[in-house]
Design a protein around this ligand. Structure first.
Ligand code: BG6
Length: 486
């Protein structure tokens, strides 16, 4: 068992992620006595602050982002006592000396959380190494974006790998920290009923949707250089696809789970200039209305015209025995009609319907895994409509629901970063992304981008509040498939 960290160093500690997620998560863990008693948290960032003023900042972050019923004044006082602050610039070695002094010589296990611009990864790592903050007793978590393509991601991975071996590198994909995403593993591998049907013989297609209602949220500088494909598909959506499609791992441990995911990612069929037209649709939102509120178009929100896609729909294939011929339709976008992350597994119809001669139609079964905001798993089954059937037999779809919040109403829901930070502190990399996975993801994504550039594809406009451009509907309809829009 790895040792628990006794020091956590947060880079980018005054940023948005720290305020919205990291500090509230650490507070949540601390208030439930889940952090090691002796854990110290050393915050760093570029701005001039004292430890006291950072503690005030942390208090405000917790108050702003943790539901009121979970904020306990005494616990918050105790939590902020763990915090100290060291001002540093990633490119200046002097700050790292101060950091090392703050951490001290006998710090025990150290966990570092790097959430800074990717351009600062290398200087930060070099300076950490020079200051003695790398080595056997240090593990490193990296927040996205880890590069913009395979080459730049390799550069980052090489720089990290020079100071931290793979087993001590924790790449974050916060979707893996979501309870409902982990529940996918339980659904598939803790039940006997799905696995025999979980293949091309019984499944006709799979849909994965991650739709958002928000626009740029002040992140235009980053987002415009990334776009929906790199911001959402390269990481979160391909991880979801890998969890749906992977073979059963032998055990729930970092090597077994990640070995199976990477095999799926490497089996993704490349999308080429010849297939791009029928396998990808890009969109960019224009002015419209979301939830009844008028919103400006992307260019207005950004302040300039741009060729960046805010929506992408793809048809992917996993070329292996299990999934031969089963399309995986993926779509994600900003300023869509609702916020939802959902996986739909569409089964094939029964091979012969004994009810057809009596006028009844059967619909193929569907499994809908709603990940957020609602957590629900529902299996759509055919049932007989009660009656004497004199006018013909009638069958109707009914759904068998596992309403997660009700089934587990006594259990507190944790945010993704609580799980990931605790795993980092305790040294369990199972829910973090291994280098070979990230690189397989980039390899496929780079192929998609190269194909669309070669084919001269540009985003098609869609009005905010719609499900992307109409071509996205056509992408699925051509195969007789409709997106699950409710
Ligand atoms: C981030 C993306 O990784 O995920 C954002 O950079 C996106 O653009 C966010 O809004 C979505 O995360 P969640 O947890 O709200 O689904």
């Amino acid at each position: 068992m790895p040792q628990k960290a006794t020091t956590l160093i947060l880079f980018g500690a005054t940023g948005d992620l720290a305020a919205r997620m990291l500090l509230p998560s650490l507070y949540g863990l601390d208030s439930d006595a889940l952090l090691p008693g002796d854990l110290r948290i050393v915050a760093t960032a570029r701005s001039e602050r004292t430890s006291d003023s950072f503690r005030e900042h942390a208090r405000a972050a917790v108050r702003d982002h943790v539901p009121e019923q979970f904020v306990d004044v005494a616990k918050l006082d105790r939590f902020v006592e763990r915090l100290s602050y060291v001002q540093l610039d990633a490119t200046d070695a002097a700050g790292f000396k101060r950091l090392a002094a703050e951490v001290g010589d006998n710090a025990g296990e150290i966990a570092i959380f790097l959430s800074t611009a990717p351009s600062l990864f290398k200087p930060t790592i070099d300076n950490l190494e020079a200051a003695g903050l790398a080595g056997e007793h240090v593990r490193m978590a990296l927040e996205k974006p880890l590069g913009t393509d395979l080459d730049s991601s390799r550069e980052i991975n090489d720089a990290v790998g020079a100071a931290f071996p793979e087993e001590r590198t924790f790449r974050i994909d916060h979707y893996l920290g979501k309870e409902t995403v982990q529940n996918l593993l339980a659904l598939r591998f803790a039940n006997v009923i799905f696995e025999p049907l979980w293949n091309a013989r019984a499944i006709q297609h799979v849909q994965i949707t991650v739709s958002e209602t928000i626009g740029l949220e002040g992140r235009g500088g980053y987002y415009d250089g990334a776009g929906a494909l790199r911001d959402m598909v390269q990481n979160h959506m391909l991880q979801l696809l890998a969890l749906v499609a992977m073979e059963p791992p032998a055990s729930f441990d970092a090597t077994a789970v990640r070995d199976e995911k990477v095999k799926v990612l490497r089996s993704l069929r490349p999308i080429t200039p010849e297939t791009i037209d029928t396998h990808a649709v890009l969109g960019q939102f224009g002015a419209g209305a979301v939830g009844g509120q008028p919103v400006p178009g992307y260019a207005d929100e950004l302040g300039s015209t741009s060729g960046t896609e805010t929506f992408v729909a793809l048809k992917a294939h996993v070329d292996n025995w299990r999934w031969a011929g089963v399309p995986f339709y993926l779509r994600t976008g900003k300023r869509l009609p609702e916020r939802k992350t959902e996986i739909v597994v569409q089964f094939r119809g029964v091979p012969h319907s004994m009810f057809a001669a009596r006028g009844a139609r059967t619909q193929p079964n569907r499994l809908i895994i709603a990940i957020q905001p609602e957590e629900n798993i529902s299996l759509e089954l055919m049932a007989k409509v009660p009656g004497l059937d004199r006018g013909g037999l009638r069958l109707r779809e009914v759904s068998l629901d596992i309403d997660q919040p009700h089934a587990f109403s006594d259990v507190r829901r944790r945010i993704a970063y609580e799980r990931l930070l605790l795993d980092l502190i305790e040294g369990d990399p199972t829910l973090f992304v291994r280098r070979d996975e990230v690189e397989a993801q980039w390899q496929w994504i780079d192929g998609v981008r190269a194909a669309w550039t070669q084919a001269g594809m540009t985003p098609k406009p869609y009005a905010a509040g719609n499900w992307g451009p109409s071509a996205a509907i056509a992408l699925a309809e051509r195969d007789g498939v409709s997106w699950n829009d409710t």
